[in-house]
Ligand binder design. Structure first.
Ligand code: B1M
Length: 210
């Protein structure tokens, strides 16, 4: 069986140690890190999402799969984002208030760090005022918001408004992302950039900091 498919299957089964050793095997065989991430780990996570939606699996199984995903990603971390342009700059990142999903946010953080940016991670469930305070404290150039729930997407607009209210909207670029987020939504709420994945988010951040 194809190694990347096996990684996807073992991730779905929540076998974190097996996933880790298969990812190592794939690296040793010279498969590019981006391919291992997309066709192995993320492919498995997508199927978990479909099964979760269809009530075939529940929160505990999703959490176990997420742990397996993180184990695999930890091996890819030094290999991802080594190519392409680099920049220096400071980014504040977080998942918006009411939302606890952090796998995608962590990937964005990892890719940005790989490009030389300093990333201040506020974690999950971050209130709009907390982004503003962190931006003031860190003097960052970019603020990144992640949201995975349709119910938490509107908080991104609150973040934009909070920066306006604090009088520092023109001092930072606000980038947004997450599975339900779109470019149209980005324009509607007055954020500066929507990117569909971690790689393009990191590239856009480098562009903003250049
Ligand atoms: Co949740 N969940 N979940 N979940 N979960 C989704 C999002 C869902 C689509 C599943 C489904 O029904 N198919 C659904 C949302 C439906 C909707 O809103 N329309 C859902 C739901 C309903 C829920 C709960 C409400 C379930 C419940 O309790 N009844 C609950 C909510 C909890 C809360 O947040 N308050 C919940 C809980 C959980 C777990 C805790 C079990 C777990 C999270 C674990 C964790 O993150 N530590 C979980 C998971 C894992 C998922 C799915 C299965 C996978 C998400 C994921 O990590 N994907 C997800 C289904 C799915 O998305 N297919 C689902 C992999 C990750 C790499 O992708 O995050 O999209 P993603 O990130 C990408 C891009 O979007 C982009 O880059 C990343 C990499 O390329 N990106 C950015 C992300 N953030 C960015 C920020 C940027 C730029 C790009 O800034 C510039």
């Amino acid at each position: 069986m194809d190694l990347l498919h096996e990684i996807s299957l073992q991730l779905q089964a929540g076998k974190a140690k097996v996933v880790k050793s298969l990812v190592q095997q794939a690296i040793d065989e010279g498969i590019p890190a981006q391919e291992i991430l997309e066709q192995g780990l993320l492919a498995g996570m997508n199927i978990i999402g479909i099964k979760f939606k269809n009530n075939e699996i529940f929160v505990p199984e999703v959490l176990i799969a997420a742990r397996a995903m993180n184990m695999g990603v930890s091996l890819l971390k030094p290999l991802l984002a080594q190519s392409g342009s680099r920049a220096s700059g400071r980014v504040v990142i977080g998942t918006v208030k009411g939302d606890l999903h952090d796998i995608g946010k962590n990937l964005v953080k990892m890719m940005m760090e790989g490009k030389g940016l300093e990333v201040i991670d506020l974690g999950t469930d971050v209130a709009p005022e907390a982004y503003v305070q962190a931006a003031l404290d860190s003097q960052c150039q970019i603020v990144c918001c992640s949201a995975l729930l349709t119910t938490t997407m509107p908080v991104m607009q609150d973040v934009v408004k909070a920066f306006e209210a604090a009088g520092i909207r023109d001092k930072v670029k606000i980038m947004i992302g997450g599975a339900p987020v779109t470019d149209t939504f980005c324009q509607q709420i007055g954020a500066d950039a929507y990117t569909p994945d971690a790689t393009t988010a990191a590239e856009k951040a480098v562009e903003f900091c250049a």
